[in-house]
Design a protein around this ligand. Structure first.
Ligand SMILES: N[C@@H](CCC(=O)N[C@@H](CS)C(=O)NCC(=O)O)C(=O)O
Length: 214
């Protein structure tokens, strides 16, 4: 089978990062097709490739196109069980966390857009952003205590991948957090695949001004 992952700018696209890390976790060989986001016609380009929303990521498997990160994770899970925890109940909790991150932490996502290579200081952290940060800390701390390993569900999987762009946001904006969460984010950012993604972000020359002028 031929796999092609349609992604956006590595420096700015959190969902592209997650899908790329999922492909790496699955160990599949794949071709990358990068679209410059927020440029005229970028959504049309994604749609022309089969990504029905015009957003990235989308995964092409021969003639099949899967759009949306959660759907990509579930597709890969059918042949790569490493993506979710092996226990059914743990898997349900892991899925709940991923769905919560997928549809939530909106204040944090808006105020602290992904910009991997930047280093910025925030003038103020609003109450709603603080609430999102507290929730992230609560999830990570609870899971680390229960899993008693370096990762949220025993071995590194999709739930940890979900937090990779959260970790880069904390790094970009110098967000202070608890020592347990800080060490967990350090472990994530030290993973070779995540380091590789961040290195490639540094090499990109495109600037998306709306994520720079904060
Ligand atoms: N629910 C989608 C979200 C995809 C998404 O928002 N992608 C952003 C990049 S991180 C995008 O394509 N933005 C370009 C645009 O809005 O034109 C998923 O999980 O894959």
């Amino acid at each position: 089978m031929q796999y092609e992952l349609i992604i956006g700018n590595k420096n700015y696209s959190s969902w592209s990062m997650r899908a790329w890390l999922l492909m790496k976790l699955s160990g599949l060989r794949f071709r990358e097709n990068t679209i410059d986001l927020f440029t005229p016609g970028s959504r049309e380009k994604v749609r022309a490739l089969g990504g029905q929303t015009g957003l990235v990521p989308a995964l092409k498997v021969d003639d099949l196109v899967i759009w949306d990160t959660l759907a990509i994770a579930e597709y890969l899970y059918e042949s790569h069980s490493i993506i979710w925890p092996s226990d059914k109940n743990e898997r349900a909790i892991a899925r709940s966390i991923c769905c919560e991150i997928h549809s939530g932490i909106m204040a944090l996502r808006t105020a602290l857009p992904v910009n991997i290579r930047a280093r910025k200081t925030l003038d103020e952290i609003t109450d709603s952003v603080k609430e999102d940060i507290n929730r992230i800390e609560q999830i990570v701390e609870t899971r680390l205590m229960l899993s008693k390993t370096s990762w949220l569900f025993g071995q590194y999987g999709f739930v940890d991948i979900m937090f990779a762009p959260v970790a880069t946001r904390f790094q970009t904006y110098g967000v202070r957090t608890t020592s347990l969460v800080e060490k967990y984010f350090e472990r994530l950012l030290a993973l070779p695949d995540i380091q590789r993604w961040c290195e490639m972000s540094e090499l990109e020359s495109q600037r998306i001004e709306q994520f720079e002028d904060l």
